[in-house]
Write a protein of this length. Sequence first.
Length: 387
Amino acid sequence: MTGEKGTIWTRDFILLFIINNALFFGFQMITPNLPKYASTLGAGGALLGVISGAFAAASFVARPFAGRAADRLNKNLIQRASLGALVLVIISYGMVVDLRLIIAVRFLHGLLFGVNQTTTTTMVALLLPEDRMTSGIGMFTLGMVVSMGIAPAIGIWVMDTFGYVMFFQIAGAVTSVAFLFTFLVSKQPILPLKETSRKKGVAGFYAKEAAVPASVILLNASGFGVVSTFLILHGEARNIQNVGIFFTAFSAALLVSRILAGKYADRLPARRVLYPCSIMLCVAMLLLWRAQSIGYFIAAAIAHGICNGFSQPILQTMALLSVEPERRGVANGTYFMGVDIGNGISPVIAGAVASVFGYGAAFLYVVLPVTIGIFILIITDRKKNMV
């Protein structure tokens, strides 16, 4: 049943909150540390971009099918099966030392992650009251914010203390918590498709109504794709110590802004939030490009965190509410396809740039796609008068 007016924090919402955030904790332990692991196996800047891009490419492939399946099949079973498989895939990272196998495991990881995230957030969207969708999405991702600040640092400590094999086993154990909680979630209904909602062929796998928010998040996601891939290596190249604090500062700014977004985002016009957020993301990337001390990293983290904290729930809500409730899985898949393309293409392009001009130039590159996103918002605002 779709959400009606009332509280956000229902029993199933809380369970899905725990599942999603346990999944993301394990994910955030791995993401910034995998490039370091791959570099010890001989991967250079361009190949590191390929490894990062393989995850996003696989997620992108999975999204349209996962979105359609979430609308038409047993969401609980899809969620449970994908999480169980994810635990095994994460543990397998520590069992391979060939870079080609690392890319293959990363691709499979992205495939399963895309299926699970699309399914879980679709389940949440159907639980939330429509008039509180933005605040509900913002609250749902609060735990993810904490993970971004804590998990990378814990991952670095675990990897340095126990080695790579134990590191991936612990990350797999964290993800298994999410798997166990899936058995407690109530069976989610399959909403019947209205005749007007039935789409044939390729059109049945994506929601063109969600194209604008998907395009903007695609361009903005370039920032985090580059940060997660090259931040640690950028700090080492410039002899700047403790750059892991970026993730802590980012998490703190994201947490505060996400709480404020949950309180005010449903009341504010989208234009009053999205424009300044995009500008702040450009500022964050420029600070990382010019970084000469840890202060630059902290300032960039705060700007980036504020941008993400406000813009992500608004863009996702725009996508979800652009379609009928029975097509929210497809709309959700379309939105996350934008995230995946941004996360996938940007590290590959930035990796090529970094190979020639250094890691700092990789962050400068991100300003271009974010600026294009601003122009898309301006054009859309003029045509549709964004609210």
